[in-house]
Design a protein around this ligand. Structure first.
Ligand code: MG
Ligand code: MG
Length: 248
């Protein structure tokens, strides 16, 4: 069921989203060669708690940590660990925070030191594909319009579109209806209405978009081990289009 959020709920979702945004800004300077992904997780968790919120993913269906931290060929659900970031890596921090029962969800891919030109290409056009998808959002548009725009754009830059993972509604649950695939046909899928809250999150790859799951039963990696990038914002559908909730 797709729910329409009240003004009161949107205000709480905006507060949760802003905490997620501030957590990204807080953690960004720490993303350097030599830091472990576990250290990043623990810094972010402390920050989220300091803001009067709780990490949305910790304990979610048994997920063990506050953040999902996915390095290079890891697409999503990477476990923070003793792994040290290296110069030339790309790393995605997927951050969720729950404030007074409402969630914000935003992922961002960061570079570690100097990265290869093709990784810059992957990051630049995955980030842009998020905004191409967001531009489709307005009352009366369809979920399929978003995915179609992302897919067409990604393919024009020779990037693979992971199909098994998608965006979603956000509210009192971090994952609500509807699913928002990063591919699709214009004019198909549920119609957008003012007050719907959605997380849009293209996950693109430099190589094949095929994925597989690691032995921990959580972490998704590309089958060909090509690098993957992931950008996500939670937004609310407004009269004029949309408003980003996981921003300033
Ligand atoms: Mg996320
Ligand atoms: Mg999400």
């Amino acid at each position: 069921m797709i729910t329409i959020k009240s003004e009161r709920e949107i205000a709480l979702l905006k507060k949760a989203g802003n905490i997620v945004y501030k957590t990204h800004q807080y953690i960004k300077p720490f993303i350097k060669e030599g830091i472990t992904t576990k250290e990043l997780d623990s810094l972010a968790e402390k920050y989220i708690l300091s803001q009067g919120a709780t990490p949305s993913f910790k304990g979610y269906e048994g997920f063990p940590t506050a953040l999902c931290i996915s390095v290079n060929d890891e697409v999503v659900h990477g476990f923070p660990s003793e792994r040290k970031l290296k110069n030339g890596d790309i790393v995605t921090l997927d951050i969720g925070a729950c404030y007074k029962g409402y969630h914000g969800d935003s992922a961002w891919t960061y570079q570690v030191g100097d990265i290869a030109k093709e990784l810059k290409h992957l990051m630049e056009y995955t980030e842009k594909s998020l905004f191409i998808g967001l531009e489709q959002i307005k009352p009366g548009a369809h979920i399929g319009d978003i995915g179609h725009a992302i897919e067409t754009y990604a393919k024009s830059y020779n990037l693979g579109v992971v199909q098994e993972l998608c965006g979603h509604g956000v509210g009192t649950d971090v994952h609500e209806d509807p699913e928002v695939p990063n591919y699709g046909k214009p004019g198909t899928g549920p119609k957008l209405k003012v007050g719907m809250v959605l997380a849009i999150e293209p996950m693109l790859t430099l190589g094949s978009p095929e994925i597989m799951i690691e032995d921990n039963n959580w972490t998704i990696v590309t089958e060909d081990h090509s690098p993957s990038a992931h950008y996500e914002h939670t937004v609310v559908v407004t009269q004029d289009g949309y408003e980003i909730l996981t921003g300033e």
